[in-house]
Design a binder for this molecule. Structure first.
Ligand SMILES: *Cc1c(COP(=O)(O)O)cnc(C)c1O
Length: 224
């Protein structure tokens, strides 16, 4: 077993263990989104050979280089966009990805809706919430989330399946996960994308339905 395969197996086991400890009936196992951004291609290939199919990327152009041809060869690959999306990249993003996890402003929501209609590809979307209200971070503010979710669904017709957040690096993530869960619940959203390498187990105890794990699978990223 190579190290990538081994890492995937260990994380998978942790995900199952934490989920089972929740002690609730019919809790489904959270989805593992393997974050392949800035990772060498051979490691990503190893994870595919190990049977992994769900990946996250934060840049449209990089993702296109890595995944466009692969997706044609392997239609069962599932790609999540987890980094900021500029409207000029929306056509490529809609063509390549299966999930857009970063819907966070009206202009983007409108642009996505129009492009999905044009391509006839209706992707599942998450609204990204800036739970820590950090000025440098994307995402809607918690106070604007309910209205923004309504706008995306009713005015744009986007298929919003859940909420996504990236807690501040220097804070306990638990309160951010709890806040996201609360907001999802009152908006009747069933999916929660939260938790990364350092905190995915905590996120699962707060109801994460998908976790985004990069370095714990592939090791440290290449710098840009
Ligand atoms: C890079 C990234 C991750 C993965 O981070 P790790 O700490 O390597 O697991 C998860 N989510 C988002 C939004 C990211 O940009």
């Amino acid at each position: 077993m190579n190290s990538i395969q081994d890492n995937l197996k260990k994380i998978d086991e942790k995900i199952r263990a934490v989920t089972q400890k929740q002690n609730q009936d019919n809790l489904s196992i959270p989805k593992l989104v393997a974050v392949s951004k800035r990772q060498p291609d051979n490691k990503v290939e190893q994870s595919i050979l190990a049977g992994h199919r769900v990946f996250g990327e934060n840049r449209v152009q990089e993702a296109k280089q890595r995944w466009q041809a692969r997706k044609i060869e392997r239609p069962d690959l599932e790609l999540h966009l987890i980094g900021p999306l500029q409207t000029n990249k929306v056509p490529d993003a809609v063509m390549l990805f299966d999930y857009i996890e970063v819907v966070d402003r009206m202009k983007l929501a409108k642009s996505l809706a129009a492009e999905m209609l044009r391509q006839g590809r209706y992707l599942k979307c998450f609204v990204q919430v800036n739970t820590g209200e950090e000025p440098q971070k994307s995402g809607v503010l918690p106070g604007n989330t309910d209205e923004f979710v309504r706008f995306c669904r009713e005015d744009c017709g986007l298929n919003i399946v859940g909420l996504m957040c990236i807690p501040p690096v220097d804070e306990e993530p638990a309160m951010h996960f709890a806040l996201l869960r609360e907001m999802a619940k009152r908006n009747n959203l069933s999916e929660l994308s939260m938790g990364m390498s350092s905190d995915f187990e905590i996120a699962i105890t707060f109801g994460a339905t998908s976790v985004r794990v990069g370095s714990a699978i592939f090791g440290a990223r290449e710098q840009h």
